[in-house]
Ligand binder design. Structure first.
Ligand SMILES: Cc1ncc(COP(=O)(O)O)c(C=O)c1O
Length: 459
């Protein structure tokens, strides 16, 4: 059969509400032209993030009912620990309430003022947590990653030569670890190949530096390896995932993605010394080490989710359904990042809105226009998220790509929802010259996209 179907049926439904274009114009203006500030009930199809927005399975809900809420030593923790260790293989498994808590704890335990943490592309909260301890988060992308049309099958890879050169230049003592994000969210949901992980491991071994994975979407990465890397076609996703983790010394994970959690995260490490420091901080800010800021029921649901995500039928559907959106938009000439990512399709804001200059925030303006046009909420990953005013006050440094991410929640929307999204974007593309540019009104210094406000820019 050619058609790849959703490998589940729907048991519980949640109504979504239509709004008119006029209503949406008013609502987004009231929200300071920031889609993060909209009420979710005013959004028809929410592609802001795939984080924590997935639908749990019947088995996960059963786990919720069976959750053990004991303060210490709960059964739910041991289920979680066993499920995570079975895939990741690291000695210590520490739950946290979400990914950024894991990042903060790891940075507090291992990163010092003046250190440099090299990575493929650090996610925004990871970068912010590294910078919060006065270290530098250095992205070492492949040159191909700068070209949205380049079809490199593993565009998320770290540039291994730059990694070696960076360690040489900075000095081993100022590199606490190397962090590779799988799949590479900020780089477009692009996978990292097994051979790249192996090569990065060899570089790390040369200097005795730990390699850590930011593995929010490890299962999607494993499936891309199966599809695209010679020698992996016959392997099960779980075997591939285990091999990926075998090259690492630890992991930080937002379990709101590839563990089907609505909340949750974790850190795993082999080092007893780091584990001790992480648990000490965990007790101060998250909770006792057997619950880490989560309810027992969350831990039980995650233990089920981390196994379900590796189901091959699910992963085949997941990757194919994301590519479905990309290929229909591409056929209509909509400028996109290629190849298509695992969890999201990324529109190229600068090429979509050629009439807007970087200062007029093309990607952000596109995300606002998309909401006004059809009620779809998307997330800019570009000039607002990563643009920085120059220290000398002489203008801005803009990121290489100004993207708008259509992140697809797991097991939530059907193909007809996606057809609606595709139709809306194609319609907007036909009227792209009418998209109004925006400017900052208020720009917080840290993670500005979440709370910044905007107003229409001068033409
Ligand atoms: C790659 C990556 N790392 C870390 C995080 C942060 O996770 P959380 O939102 O659970 O704090 C995210 C969230 O989107 C992510 O995509």
């Amino acid at each position: 059969m050619r058609t790849i179907i959703e490998p589940f049926r729907i048991k519980v439904v949640e109504p979504i509400r239509m709004t008119t274009r006029e209503e949406r114009r008013g609502l987004i203006a009231e929200a300071g032209f920031n889609p993060f500030r909209l009420k979710a009930e005013h959004v028809l199809i929410d592609l802001l993030t795939d984080s924590g927005t997935g639908a749990m399975s019947t088995a996960q809900w059963a786990g919720v009912m069976e959750g053990d809420e004991s303060y210490a030593g709960a059964r739910s923790f041991f289920q979680f620990e066993a499920a995570v260790r079975d895939v990741f293989g690291h000695r210590h498994v520490i739950p946290t309430h979400q990914g950024r808590a894991s990042e903060r704890l790891l940075c507090a335990a291992a990163v010092n003022d003046g250190d440099v943490v090299p990575g493929n592309t650090h996610f925004d909260t990871t970068r912010a947590n590294i910078e919060a301890v006065r270290a530098e988060a250095r992205d070492l992308k492949l040159p191909e990653a700068a070209d949205p049309e380049n079809e490199h099958p593993f565009k998320g890879n770290i540039d291994v030569e730059s990694l070696a050169a960076t360690i040489q230049q900075v000095g081993r003592d100022r590199v606490p670890f190397v962090l590779i994000t799988v799949t590479n969210n900020s780089g477009g949901g692009q996978p990292v190949s097994m051979s790249n992980l192996r090569a990065a491991r060899q570089v790390c071994d040369r200097w005795g530096i730990p390699l850590i994975l930011d593995c929010a979407r490890f299962a999607e990465n494993a499936y891309f390896i199966k599809l695209r890397e010679p020698g992996f076609g016959a392997k099960a996703p779980i075997e591939i995932a285990r091999e990926m983790f075998s090259y690492s010394d630890g992991a930080v994970m937002s379990m709101k993605k590839d563990a089907f959690g609505n909340i949750g995260g974790g850190i795993t490490v082999n080092s007893d010394e780091w584990a001790e420091r992480i648990r000490t901080h965990l007790i101060l800010t998250e909770g006792f080490p057997t619950y880490g800021g989560l309810a027992g029921r969350d831990l039980s649901a995650l233990a089920v989710g981390i196994r379900e995500i590796l189901d091959e039928d699910y992963l085949r559907y997941r990757i194919a359904s994301t590519a479905y959106v990309g290929s229909h938009l591409n056929a209509a000439g909509v400028p996109l990042l290629k190849p298509y990512g695992g969890h999201a399709i990324f529109l190229d804001g600068r090429r979509f809105c050629r009439h807007l200059r970087d200062e007029q925030l093309p990607g952000w303006s596109l995300s606002v226009a998309l909401y006004e046009q059809v009620g779809v909420r998307a997330c800019e990953i570009g000039n607002v998220m990563f643009g920085r005013p120059r220290a000398d006050g002489g203008g801005w440094d803009w990121p290489t790509l100004d993207l708008v991410r259509l992140a697809i929640p797991r097991r939530v929307y059907t193909q007809s929802h996606m057809d609606y999204v595709v139709e809306g974007i194609i319609e907007l593309f036909g009227q792209r010259e009418s998209i109004q540019g925006l400017r900052f009104v208020h720009r917080p210094a840290v993670l500005p996209h979440f709370t910044a406000t905007f107003a229409p820019a001068e033409p």
